[in-house]
Design a protein around this ligand. Sequence first.
Ligand code: HEM
Length: 239
Amino acid sequence: MSPVATVTTQPGQRKAPKTGRFNNSVVKKTVMAVSGIIMILYLIAHMIGNLKAFQGAEKFNSYSGWIRTIGEPALPAQTTLWIIRLVLLAAVVLHFWAAISLWRQARRARPVPYATKKRVQQSFASRTVRWGGLILALFIIWHILDLTLGAVNPEGHDSTPYERLVASFSNIPVTAFYVVSMLLLGLHLRHGIFAATQTLGQTNKKRERAVNGLAYVIATVLTVGFLLVPLSVAFGLID
Ligand code: HEM
């Protein structure tokens, strides 16, 4: 007869947390992964759009105008742009909410810090992902005030998108802020894409290396693609 294990809870002993398949943290990680994928799709389109700056002011400005007219005349002016903005805003808010909530959950689960400060399995990217995410949130606010609204741009609001772009990156501290933000974005994406594939069921060890490689490729292409325009303006290749 096989032995039967009897589990008894001692007085004062805490019950083990529930580990159902769809527990809270799985839902939050899925929210992070799906909102992250939405933002990556936007970033790919945005990066390709930015590269129009190499085709000159006219092409860049007409591209910026086209974004505002997608769907016209079937749809009222700027409808598509506002749908994109609202979806993006929802993705940013949900991503941020899930990140903070998972972080607080992890802290509650371990109120006493580890005895050793050595973070054995954490990569540089995963360590920087939290404060990097915060800096990226500040970057997005600055970026919209700078290039969309012109509120903090030397050319102001009554200017073309191309004029704002050149004015912004002709300023070395601003370009430096963009460069640091884009490098943090690269680290964030590398870590995030890998984590998302794990959350969404990519657990096959054999494919893990391939997924990791793909995460590096997407992160590198986006980082380099985004850096090209600010650096080209700063070095006088675009003016
Ligand atoms: C250095 C790289 C980047 C450059 C040169 C750049 C350039 C621009 C420009 C020129 C605009 C204004 C477009 C227009 O008014 O027609 C814009 C808007 C915007 N960018 Fe970027 N961008 C960069 C990186 C990013 C990144 C990394 C993000 C997100 C994390 C981002 C998010 C946005 C958003 C949300 C808008 C506002 C779109 C709108 O509602 O009209 N950008 N960007």
